[in-house]
Ligand binder design. Structure first.
Ligand SMILES: [Zn+2]
Length: 487
């Protein structure tokens, strides 16, 4: 449960609300007002929240924590109004069966609040001066991004320009298991701007020897959700979107359209062919890996280069291949998926920077038992039914936007037609970037008016506020409101 209050926080009374006989642990976190900030003395604070939006987002964060950490009961209270030095500004209590779940859920809630809760803080300084600080913007800006990537940007193959390319990139990771975990961790660490994770399964104990984003505290959690939370801790400046569900023929195009690179980290041929064909049709490079016991293969597929997955398996159907055995449920050497997942991250970064070399025309075989590597040159087979009609594929319209989900890319916005309006949401004290139509994020009445007039696409500095407001308006029954995936 999430609450806002303008009264002092009474920790004892709140703890009493979390009494549960089955809970062996009560974990409490209190965030207090301190007398300094960024080297400046602070005499008191005021918190102002956009109540409806803050409650919606706060409730979403708490319910996510309860879904990831099974059995945790979470109560979170955030203050509004004037606060004195030493007063509690935020209180989080978690009742759980075990301490590990309590600590993990508590940390999840405080970190997500810092990044997502629409709260403004007015700091008062000695002498009467005061300034508004947006907590989410401050949290995002304070991530030390320049230092985090300094050693990578120092590589001549990357540089400042390359680092900017990575920050602007959108990468889709399908499957957050043995391959997807290390791949996504290295991509978030490299500064990829927007990662989307797709997985419909839940964390099991038998995953933990190789799925390094999860611990025993996350057993039972939806993988996509738990992995996204873990990656945001690693790089709070990255946008991490989770899609809890399988990659299916129904959602394939909507998920792949607009991505710069896609990683296939799935464990079955049915998904592998679907992902491959979707990427080929939309012209999005695909980095595919598969592991069997101690051995793995790595392929980079790109429209028109070095043949395709159908060339490799000519005459076989995904169904046949899956029946012949796949890696789901079989024995697997943890470091083998680790190495292959990290190689997928490396190939993805190289593609984004234009350093992919011959990789799109090669299959790489890696054997962790004897330490060997083998590179096989790939070429299109003249009898391949897919490669022989590549011209048709290339001539097809790059994207057909049939996606009615909340998130749209630039092509999706164009497809909404000329009546659609894109609005930049400003925070107090913020001016909209050059010439964009803007509305103050707090002006919900104006946004309702605009949505009534036609399709409305919201965008903002970090994409957090716009997504939350779009969800709020959708919740009111307004269906033609969207949020732009790249500001
Ligand atoms: Zn082919």
């Amino acid at each position: 449960m999430f609450e806002l209050t303008d009264r002092p926080i009474d920790s004892t009374a709140l703890q009493a609300r979390l009494t549960a006989p089955e809970a062996g642990a009560l974990t409490v976190f209190e965030g207090r007002v301190r007398n300094h900030h960024l080297g400046q003395p602070v005499t008191k604070l005021e918190y102002e929240a956009f109540d409806d939006l803050a409650r919606l987002e706060g409730e979403a964060i708490v319910s996510e924590a309860e879904r990831i950490y099974a059995g945790a009961k979470v109560l979170c209270v955030h203050r509004t109004g004037p606060l004195q030095i030493g007063e509690a500004a935020v209180w989080i209590g978690v009742a759980s069966a075990h301490r590990q779940t309590g600590f993990a859920a508590c940390r999840h809630v405080i970190e997500e609040l810092k990044l997502r809760l629409p709260v403004w803080k007015k700091e008062h300084h000695p002498g009467g001066a005061a300034e508004w600080v947006n907590c989410t913007a401050e949290a995002a800006a304070r991530t030390g991004a320049n230092e985090m990537f300094a050693r990578q940007a120092a590589l001549p193959e990357v540089g400042a320009a390359g680092q900017q390319k990575l920050a602007a990139a959108r990468v889709l990771v399908v499957g957050v298991g043995g391959l997807g975990c290390p791949a996504a961790l290295y991509l978030a660490g490299a500064g990829i701007g927007h990662l989307t994770l797709v997985d419909g399964s839940k964390v099991e104990h038998s995953n933990l020897h190789r799925q390094i984003l999860f611990t025993t505290a996350e057993v039972g959690a939806p993988k996509a959700l738990a992995a996204a939370a873990r990656l945001r801790l690693h790089n709070p400046a990255a946008r991490i979107t989770s899609h809890e569900g399988e990659f299916t023929p129904q959602n394939a195009r909507a998920l792949v359209a607009g991505q710069d690179v896609v990683l296939d980290c799935t464990d079955n041929f049915t998904s592998r062919f679907l992902l491959h064909d979707t990427c080929l049709a939309l012209g999005v490079p695909l980095v595919q890996a598969a592991v069997h016991r101690f051995e793995g293969t790595l392929d980079v597929f790109r429209q028109g280069a070095g043949g395709c997955l159908h060339c490799q398996w000519l005459g076989r159907t995904p169904g046949d291949l899956d029946l012949a055995g796949n890696c789901a449920g079989g024995p697997v050497f943890g470091p083998a998926v680790g190495v292959l997942g990290v190689m997928q991250a490396a190939e993805t970064i190289k593609l984004l920077l234009g350093h992919e070399g011959d990789a799109p025309r090669q299959t790489r075989l890696v054997n962790l038992l004897d330490g060997s590597q083998l590179i096989i040159e790939r070429s299109a087979r003249p009898d391949c039914p897919v490669c022989s009609r590549l011209d048709q594929l290339k001539a097809a319209k790059p994207t057909t936007v049939t996606d009615t989900s909340l998130f749209l890319n630039a092509a999706g916005v164009t497809a909404l037609g000329a009546t659609a309006q894109t609005i930049y949401l400003t925070e107090p004290g913020e001016a909209a970037p050059g010439g964009r139509s803007a509305v103050a994020a707090l002006d919900l009445a104006r946004l309702r008016e605009l949505a009534a007039a036609g399709p409305l696409v919201l965008t903002c500095r970090y994409g957090v506020r716009s997504a939350a407001l779009a969800r709020l308006l959708r919740g009111e029954g307004t269906t033609n409101v969207f949020t732009l995936t790249q500001a």
